[in-house]
Design a protein around this ligand. Structure first.
Ligand code: FBP
Length: 272
């Protein structure tokens, strides 16, 4: 599908790698996520900074893109995510992502890719599989790549593997993402290059992006993590808190870009 291939290139440079900014936290975690640097709760301010720093793409929910009238430069990929949940839900319902927008909404907003989350292993896995299938089938018909946030989580995982970041669980989610039709995968860090390389293998050629996670106190620690992802064959990262919870995200993004696209040593990248 030519449309899918062309649109993937809005995110991935010639090296096949991408650094994407994530900003769905106001919905998924609540605005408290922005309290460390409150001005970043304003999408116009933070998006301007990340774009100026040279980010490859941005990811958000359709409403924010519309409400903020975000004018993302044409050379920056726009990923619109169609599922989410609030942190206000009862605990038992936290293992479901609901659909809050439609493929047409994303297309009208100028999206280059469409994203949806599946919590593999959730008691509500079936509903999210169907949701993903509907989104992917229609998006593919229209020539749009689909990104799966393949996040294994659920009681059986904890019982059997102890943690959702166990590589056997993460690579299972990545494989399930491929088999359900994903063109890009976003998932957790497994703790080592060796194990993350297995996740990349299980994804059978579909690019695997790291899901950033909580902000590290030391910025170099996050650069090292992204370096390990790249060395393991990962295609880059989708990063939220590690960018917008920093006072001065621009130099940090530039350092991240050097690690992702130039394989630069994290310590060196941080100094430059
Ligand atoms: P971060 O880099 O801040 O982890 O953002 C990635 C992301 O997937 C967001 O898109 C999402 O809001 C958040 O993490 C979900 O995190 P969790 O499900 O662990 O609360």
């Amino acid at each position: 599908n030519v449309g899918i291939k062309r649109r993937m290139k809005r995110f991935f440079r010639r090296d096949g790698r991408a650094l994407i900014f994530a900003m769905d936290h106001g919905f998924e975690h609540g605005p408290t996520d922005f309290e460390e640097h409150w001005e970043h709760v304003n999408p116009r301010i933070i998006i301007k900074k990340v774009v100026r720093a040279g980010i490859d793409g941005v990811m958000m929910l359709p409403g924010l893109a519309r409400a903020a009238g975000i004018d993302v430069k044409p050379n920056v990929g726009l990923m619109i995510k169609l599922t989410s949940k609030t942190n206000l839900r009862p605990k038992d319902d936290q293992l479901l992502q609901s659909q809050l927008g439609f493929v047409e909404d994303a297309v009208k907003l100028g999206a280059d890719a469409i994203a949806a989350t599946v919590y593999w292993g959730s008691p509500q896995e079936d509903a999210m599989m169907r949701q993903f299938a509907e989104i992917a089938s229609y998006a593919h018909d229209l020539g749009f790549p689909v990104v799966q946030f393949a996040y294994p989580r659920g009681p059986y995982i904890n019982e059997k593997y102890g943690r959702k970041e166990d590589y056997r669980v993460v690579m299972y989610g990545a494989r399930a993402a491929v088999e359900s039709g994903a063109d890009m995968i976003k998932t957790y860090w497994t703790g080592s290059r060796e194990t993350f390389a297995k996740v990349v293998d299980a994804a059978a050629g579909v690019p695997v992006l790291l899901s950033g996670g909580a902000k590290t106190d030391n910025p170099v620690d996050f650069l090292k993590l992204v370096w390990d992802v790249i060395e393991a064959g990962g295609a880059g990262a989708v990063v939220g808190r590690n960018i917008f919870q920093r006072e001065d995200p621009e130099p940090f993004i530039k350092a991240l870009l050097r690690v992702v696209h130039r394989n630069e040593d994290p310590e060196e990248a941080a100094k430059a």
